[in-house]
Design a protein around this ligand. Structure first.
Ligand code: FE2
Length: 328
């Protein structure tokens, strides 16, 4: 390897951003070169201007190429393109086939939520996400049949669980709230927003902590502090009332309660916090983590049964029936 090449590779090492194949799904053409990194070398894999066709994506999937690298100078532009795609799609949800729209908006929200986690001071992106989630609540309110397919597709997209978990739990919650017929459309919209935004504090946690199996006391506290961090990140920036922000800061309190305390905690937290918490726990148990395997829906429901106590036994019965259909 020549000196120039060695220096160039060294430069690339500090100048590259990793992107996932799922970040290519909504592009018609590549606006930048895609690099691969093998045996310590970056090589151009696909050149700028190439059409992003199904054949190209299939080729990546078959060769199990899940990640690429792009140059830092292109990354900001890439994020702006995805932001535009999200804005445009959320404004045209009523046009075209709802099943495709449901899947696309859910995945695009996931990408953009990830960019927000990278920079939680990005106010423009936060406002966009807030508006998009409101539009999604309306859209899914009229197209409930597509909630479970959007849920399944999001899982196949293999987003990091800090991104997929709030969206999955919000989709599960939304169908449950609609089916209950006791909440107003506005309350349902606010709870859907609350469920999606409740984990933005995860953006402040160092990446390696998400993969550790045995966390020490400080690390457990750091991870659970994401609920309070989420509230602080959102406070004064989005039009959610203090009640909903309080649900965000408390959304792990019930799950952390010991079983002797749960009936009290259910009364203390209120039904809205309870519903956000139980759908969050159901999604967490039924999805894989880097440090443990997922469990089935019925063991998950058994685990949350004590949290609902006698007071919410009717809601629990409804939840079991609802989950039976949702996860079918
Ligand atoms: Fe959380």
């Amino acid at each position: 390897m020549g000196l120039h090449s060695a220096i160039y590779q060294e430069h690339l090492l500090y100048d590259m951003r990793k992107i996932s194949i799922r970040e290519l799904f909504f592009l018609k053409f590549l606006p930048f070169n895609l690099y691969s990194y093998t045996e310590g070398l970056f090589k151009v894999n696909v050149t700028s201007g190439t059409a992003v066709t199904m054949d190209l994506l299939r080729l990546f999937l078959v060769s199990e190429t899940w990640f690429f690298y792009i140059q830092k100078k292109d990354y900001d532009e890439h994020k702006l393109i995805q932001r535009r795609q999200l804005r445009d799609l959320s404004r045209s949800l009523s046009v075209g086939h709802p099943s495709q729209k449901a899947i696309a908006i859910t995945n695009l929200l996931g990408l953009n939520l990830n960019y927000f986690y990278q920079d939680t001071t990005d106010d423009e992106l936060l406002q966009l996400i807030f508006q998009v989630v409101k539009n999604m609540a309306q859209f899914f309110g009229q197209n409930q049949d597509y909630l479970s397919s959007a849920y399944r597709e999001l899982l196949t997209g293999k987003h990091h669980y800090k991104i997929s978990q709030p969206i999955l739990s919000a989709l599960l919650l939304l169908g449950f709230l609609i089916g209950q017929r006791v909440f107003t459309a506005k309350e349902i919209e606010n709870l859907f927003l609350t469920a999606i935004l409740k984990d933005v504090g995860m953006g402040l946690i160092p990446e390696e902590k998400f993969y550790k199996k045995n966390l020490n006391k400080e690390e457990i506290e750091l991870l659970s502090a994401h609920a309070e961090h989420s509230e602080k990140i959102l406070e004064g920036r989005i039009p959610l009332t203090p009640e909903y922000l309080q649900i965000i800061s408390r959304h792990h309190q019930m799950g952390n309660s010991s079983l002797e305390k749960v009936e009290n905690s259910a009364q203390l937290c209120g039904v809205e916090t309870l519903l956000i918490t139980i759908t969050d726990i159901v999604c967490a148990i039924t999805t894989d983590r880097p440090y443990r395997k997922k469990e089935g829906i019925f063991p998950a429901l058994e685990k949350i049964r004590p949290l609902m106590g006698k007071e919410y036994s009717q809601e629990f019965k409804f939840l079991v029936q609802y989950c039976r259909n949702f996860f079918n």
